[in-house]
Design a binder for this molecule. Structure first.
Ligand SMILES: O=C([S-])c1cc(C(=O)S)c[n+]([C@@H]2O[C@H](COP(=O)(O)O)[C@@H](O)[C@H]2O)c1
Ligand code: NI
Length: 411
């Protein structure tokens, strides 16, 4: 299994990541060629070799051309820089499906955090005109480089954040920036007294959406090393991101065999309950879903003293585990929770809307190796349409499924 280790001892940003991956062997021409598949202009890429506290590293920079800077405040340009426009632009491009997938994952992570902080819908998150080009280039270039390196599993060191403050479009913000901290919930972070922004929202988005696990350098046969330079000079340490690529040599590494990001980690929480009323169990399940659990289920079990009870199982991703645990401890009679991390393989999912004689119905599509392999009309939409039109649930379901199949054939 090919492993990529992100040794972010001085933090991580988008340009540091691209610089490090190129330093480790990704041809810059490949990145430039792939970026040309996006309808972006007014920028140039710069690749320099620089020394950071004695370490020779690749410095990647997106240089905005004067004309693009002049248009910064122009309304028509702003109109194309919402999260939904950027995702649209990526989807419509000729980039490979894996590059699109990785790019969308990173952007989604950042947009969800920005939306929460600024109190707006995700689709409306605004990337500033000049900053948007920089973000798109950093993120898509990272996705191209990760795809090119063909890694199966990504591990990161705990992420240092820095301290102090930064000036951004909103004014003076504390470090870590609100978006960075929001994104990194559930990720092991490291405190740092360096008065610099060591990790940016883009760096945090890359870590959160692309990394499979966290910890020290895994056992591996190293085949490539890269150093990507950050913008500033730190007082006592090189401001670089180090990446290490190699073949996993640990038994666990082989057992984690995966096909890219279809494999992810999921937490499993469990406890047995034999003294709770059924109504309270129903309440607990509902609330756990609201707290972000991926799945919650009860299994009947026989417990000590011949008592019938239930085994509560909660599946949750890293950002929601703590909340789910606290809720189970507070709202159930258990005295403890067992916890484990599992690997899981997941199909990519996409929700599309189809027009039917009962109105628009959302259909969830399961995608495998770039192809739609299953289409499932959304239960809530079918139910609502069936009730509104006094139609049979199965009739509405069948028409939505038929329209979804037709849509695929037409594409
Ligand atoms: O402009 C916006 S919306 C903005 C929001 C935030 C929040 O934390 S909210 C932070 N920043 C700062 O902008 C620079 C650029 O970050 P990149 O990830 O795009 O490199 C960085 O200093 C952020 O902390 C901007
Ligand atoms: Ni913001």
């Amino acid at each position: 299994m090919r492993i990529l280790y992100l040794d972010c001892f001085s933090g991580i940003s988008g340009d540091m990541t691209v610089g490090a991956l190129v330093d480790a062997g990704v041809p810059p021409e490949k990145i430039e060629a792939e970026l040309k598949k996006l309808p972006l202009s007014g920028y140039q890429l710069r690749w320099d070799r620089v020394v950071k506290k004695g370490i020779y590293a690749t410095k990647f920079e997106v240089m905005m051309q004067e004309s693009a800077m002049d248009h910064h405040d122009h309304e028509s340009h702003h109109a194309h820089r919402h999260y939904s426009d950027i995702i649209d632009m990526i989807c419509r491009s000729e980039l490979s499906s894996e590059v699109k997938k990785r790019s969308k994952q990173i952007f989604h992570c950042i947009a969800v955090a920005e939306a929460k902080i600024h109190g707006m819908p995700v689709e409306k998150v605004h990337f500033h005109e000049v900053g948007a080009v920089d973000s798109i280039v950093d993120i898509v270039a990272t996705a191209v480089a990760l795809t090119e390196l063909n890694v199966d599993y990504i591990v990161s060191a705990p992420v240092p954040l820095g301290c102090g403050s930064i000036c951004c479009a909103h004014g003076t913000y504390p470090v870590p920036a609100p978006a960075t901290l929001e994104i990194l919930q559930g990720v092991p972070i490291r405190s740092s007294h360096l008065s610099f922004e060591l990790t940016t929202p883009t760096g945090a988005g890359i870590i959160k959406s692309q990394v499979n696990s966290y910890g020290p350098l895994p056992s591996m046969k190293v085949s490539a090393i890269g150093y990507g330079a950050g913008a500033r000079d730190l007082p006592d340490q090189p401001n670089v991101l180090r990446v290490v690529i190699g073949e996993g040599t640990h038994a666990r590494a082989d057992s984690l065999s995966s096909s890219h990001l279809e494999e992810e980690t999921v937490y499993i929480l469990e406890c047995q309950l034999d003294d709770m009323p059924g109504e309270a169990l129903g309440y607990v399940m509902d609330r756990l879903f609201q707290k972000g659990a991926l799945d919650v289920y009860y299994t009947p079990v026989f417990m000590k003293k011949n008592r019938p009870g239930v085994l509560l199982t909660v599946l949750a991703s890293a950002p929601h585990v703590e909340q789910c645990e606290q809720f189970v401890l507070k709202e159930t009679t258990t005295l403890g929770i067992r916890k484990d991390i599992w690997m899981r393989k997941v199909l990519e999912r996409e929700v599309v809307s189809v027009a039917t004689s009962y109105g628009n119905i959302r259909v969830k599509q399961a995608i495998h190796q770039g192809k739609v392999i299953r289409q499932m009309p959304e239960y809530e939409d079918v139910k609502e349409a069936a009730l509104a039109h006094q139609a049979a649930f199965l009739d509405v379901y069948a028409e939505a499924a038929q329209q979804a199949r037709k849509k695929i054939k037409e594409e």
